[in-house]
Design a protein around this ligand. Structure first.
Ligand code: URA
Length: 293
């Protein structure tokens, strides 16, 4: 007899390794498999064929669990040949072409939603485009949606978003006075760090996003955002605290790298540095006599 603690442990383990979304139409009882279940066999109680609907999202590597059925191959994307997987640069080229055609934020959002070049889209529930005021002079860019953002389709709505709101409020800002987006519009499973090829596939959309919004100041929240936007290898603790320049939008835009609110939740002592950076932002807004719409 399985007790509740074992079930909770199993659930926790699945969440920790990133299996936190049901993406198949049919549940699969993996516990019904034994080492002797033949490869490609359906689990007991399932018709052979039905297993391909959900599979395992390719998460177990090429070997998989001995005796478990193999996931169905991912269908080829419109611009990729089935025997040659899409390289990051090809996805990036395709993304740049689609993003470059967009002449408005609505058109950019539609192009992003139609873009199939980043595999994260397949496991995400929502495309998280942006929140806040697109006319705002300050644009904040985080890393990628987490679980709450993925569910609600908006950036920074979970616990780290609540902290971000409190930090902004300390210098008189709120979501009506800033605009918020992420480097990646789709949640990496289990909140793992995004890979370079995922970033490369999506970055042209973010770059166009900044071009269309034309903010006066940028804030990069966290290391992934700062390193990507500044094209630098140093970590956030080295990059933060100084105004830098974002060069991806034609004219340079001053950019302040800051510690990510999720990091501050784990390391409350670092809020001292974050507070200094918020004050630097407030001072720059005053110096440049930035007006809000
Ligand atoms: N962390 C991010 O970087 N972005 C979000 O939208 C939420 C959490």
């Amino acid at each position: 007899m399985i007790d509740v603690c074992d079930i909770l442990d199993a659930l926790r383990w699945h969440a920790d390794v990133g299996c936190d979304e049901a993406i198949g139409d049919e549940p699969i009882d993996w516990s019904a498999f034994t080492a002797r279940t033949p490869l490609r066999a359906a689990p007991p109680g399932m018709t052979p064929g039905a297993q391909t609907a959900g599979g395992m999202a390719g998460g177990m590597g090429s070997g998989g669990i001995p005796g478990a059925p193999r996931p169905a191959p991912r269908p080829a994307l419109p611009f990729e040949s089935p025997d040659q997987p899409l390289g990051a640069s090809e996805a990036g080229i395709h993304a740049r072409a689609r993003a470059g055609e967009a002449q408005s934020l609505d058109a950019l959002e539609a192009a992003l939603r139609a873009f199939d070049g980043c595999p994260l889209k397949a496991t995400a529930m929502n495309t998280v485009f942006a929140d806040g005021n697109p006319q705002a002079p300050v644009m904040l860019i985080g890393e990628a949606p987490g679980e709450d953002e993925d569910r609600q389709g908006k950036p920074f709505v979970g616990v780290s978003g609540k902290l971000l709101d409190r930090m902004l409020a300390q210098i008189g800002l709120d979501r009506g006075k800033v605009y918020i987006a992420n480097i990646l519009p789709w949640r990496p499973p289990g909140n793992r760090s995004p890979t370079q090829s995922e970033i490369a596939a999506c970055l042209p959309f973010l770059e166009r996003h900044v071009e269309l919004v034309r903010p006066k100041l940028l804030v990069a929240l966290g290391g992934v955002s700062a390193k990507t936007l500044l094209n630098r290898a140093e970590g956030i603790t080295r990059l933060r605290g100084q105004w830098r320049s974002y060069e991806g939008a034609g004219t340079p835009i001053p950019l302040m790298p800051m510690l990510h609110p999720a990091y501050l939740l784990r390391n409350p002592i670092a809020k001292r540095e974050a507070w200094r950076d918020m004050l630097a932002l407030q001072q720059r807004i005053a110096e440049e006599e930035i007006k809000y719409p």
